[in-house]
Design a protein around this ligand. Structure first.
Ligand code: DGL
Length: 273
């Protein structure tokens, strides 16, 4: 029987997409995975929209012809909230994106106050504001643009020490208790944030439901690929970096235990450095 396992390309500005990748591995077991991190361009969260569009398109123009994926998962809210229409126009393969889980949060809140924890870029997007108008018009929404949290998550994966107090400062604006409504749901609207979930729980002023959309994204990807034939030999995934300059021993280990023991560099210095 021919081996028709699909190749799935998972993309993020950095390491945050690993949180989506681990759900994809379960939902699409048998697929071949390539995890691509644009570490040369990281972080996207404070870049101008047009720069993010140009950069992600450029990276896809390099990787798609080279690795021929049958599906691409843009595991980055900062990119997905702006670039998906451009990519769908440009390439004939399906793209699955990651956008803030505002609708499920509105359905889940009991107090009527939720927080969307995201990068400053995602907080500014028209797309995000439109989601709030459409699905959360009757509740209170705190839109919190965390400037350093994705970088802290990256540092932890690289084995660098990160103080709980730094994480507490980043998430503090999510916790609002006003007009008898206290935040009870925090949407993790940047794929990096589930990497620091345990620390966030530890420093949160009160318990909340943390909403991670990764399982829903993996289900959507599985619908698009359809059933995957069983394979006798399951290959390990490949992690690609556009710089690779900060790939420490700790990071290699973190990638290997997540199913990405092989690392390659696709050097692509961005225009903005
Ligand atoms: N992981 C990305 C996201 O989901 C953001 C990190 C960055 O600022 O590049 O939004």
């Amino acid at each position: 029987m021919s081996d028709r396992a699909p190749t799935v390309l998972v993309f993020d500005s950095g390491l945050g997409g690993l949180t989506v990748f681990s759900e994809l591995r379960t939902a699409l077991s048998g697929a071949r995975f390539i995890y691509a991190a644009d570490d040369a361009g990281f972080p996207y969260g404070r870049r101008d929209e047009n720069m993010v569009i140009a950069r992600v398109t450029e990276v896809m123009e390099r990787l798609i012809p080279r690795y021929q994926p049958s599906l691409v998962v843009i595991a980055c809210n900062t990119a997905s909230t702006i670039v998906l229409p451009v990519l769908r126009e440009r390439f004939a393969i399906p793209f699955v994106g990651t956008v803030p889980a505002i609708k499920p949060a509105a359905a889940l809140t009991k107090t009527g106050r939720v927080a969307i924890l995201a990068t400053p870029g995602t907080v500014k997007r028209d797309y995000t504001h439109e989601l709030i108008r459409s699905f959360a018009a009757t509740i209170e929404v705190e839109l919190v643009g965390a400037t350093g949290l994705a970088g802290l998550a990256e540092a932890i994966l690289r084995g660098q020490p990160v103080d709980d107090a730094a994480i507490a400062r980043e998430i503090a604006p999510c916790f609002v208790d006003r007009d008898g409504k206290r935040t009870d749901v925090v949407v993790l609207a940047c794929t990096h944030y589930p990497l620091v979930l345990e620390a966030m729980k530890r420093v949160a002023p009160w318990p909340v439901t943390w909403l991670d959309p990764a399982p829903a994204i993996a289900r959507r990807a599985a619908e698009l690929t359809g059933p995957i034939p069983p394979r006798t030999v399951v290959e390990d995934g490949l992690a690609l970096f556009t710089s690779g300059a900060a790939v420490t021993g700790e990071l290699r280990h973190a990638l290997a235990i997540r199913g990405l023991p092989a690392i390659a560099i696709e050097a692509m210095p961005p225009h903005w450095h």
